[in-house]
Design a protein around this ligand. Sequence first.
Ligand code: MRU
Length: 348
Amino acid sequence: MLPTVAWQDNSIVMVDQRKLPGREVYVRCKNAKDVARAITTMVIRGAPAIGVAAAMGIALGMRLSKSTGTRQFAVEFNQTCDLIAATRPTAVNLFWAIERMKRVFGEAALAGGSVGELKDRLELEAHAIHDEDVAACRAMGAHGATLVPMGARILTHCNAGALATAGYGTALGVIRAAAEQGKVAAVFADETRPFLQGARLTAWELVRDGIATTVITESMAGPLMRQGGLDFIVVGADRIAANGDVANKIGTYTVAMMAKAHGVPFYVAAPLSTIDLTTPDGSGIPIEQRDAREITHLGSTQLTPAGASVWNPAFDVTPNELVAGIITERGVARAPYATSLPALFTTT
Ligand code: MRU
């Protein structure tokens, strides 16, 4: 399995996802600032992976703290959380991980923990978040694979694979599990303009796994459905609102609309850490706007004429009525999501 993010000798090591598939280069983050930069600049990306990196970044930052008193340590802890929170706004896993670190910090501080004990507790929690994410992906794979028909031709959008999680993947976890059961005839990976997560990362993961992979540009997904070329669609999510509206990589909404028009089941695979019950519907999800250069340039080559302006939202929102089901580690939620999603948090 790919080492998406790992704690090694008081640093956080990540494969540089901007360089894949051409080069497998590892970035060593030596402090919380390095981790924040790695998230902002997309060295690491994908909602669950961002959450894990956030927790590790906070734990590392505090491990390196020179504070001797808990009061000063707490001030530094909050500053580190703020630094990590300011990286990317859409994936709720980032804020979920920060809240979780704050909760354990608060509990350990309340119990009178020393600075050393607080450091240990934070590091333990970051590792737990990592390990739980891998387990959640495996469970999503098992639940999701039951939905995949035999001989399925599957489409996925962006990268919701091992690279976007602590390992195995959400949407790609479902595809991997279905492939292990011999159900997958073909996987189509949307190129995913402008950052090309599908063409570069999803295709790389699938090819490495020996799964038959075809890359298409997203404009080809509709015609492919029209000619009966797809049986199943599964994508990941960055934030799912309480009513089941799904924020995911830009282009997902178009895929979901096309799926509805052509009767292809459109599923979302995401862990509970991606479900945000405090946001009632998709209109409240903050959508990150990214640098125009992602659209105007391909590497160092300028594609667009100077003077053309650019709109570059990194995500869109798919309304819940287009979603056949939300595959989680605790099973598959179905409409009405306003009741099925909260119910997931009460089962064990
Ligand atoms: O901008 P990115 O690459 O971080 O966006 C990633 C996605 O939109 C993924 O589909 C989502 O985070 C789910 S990853 C399991």
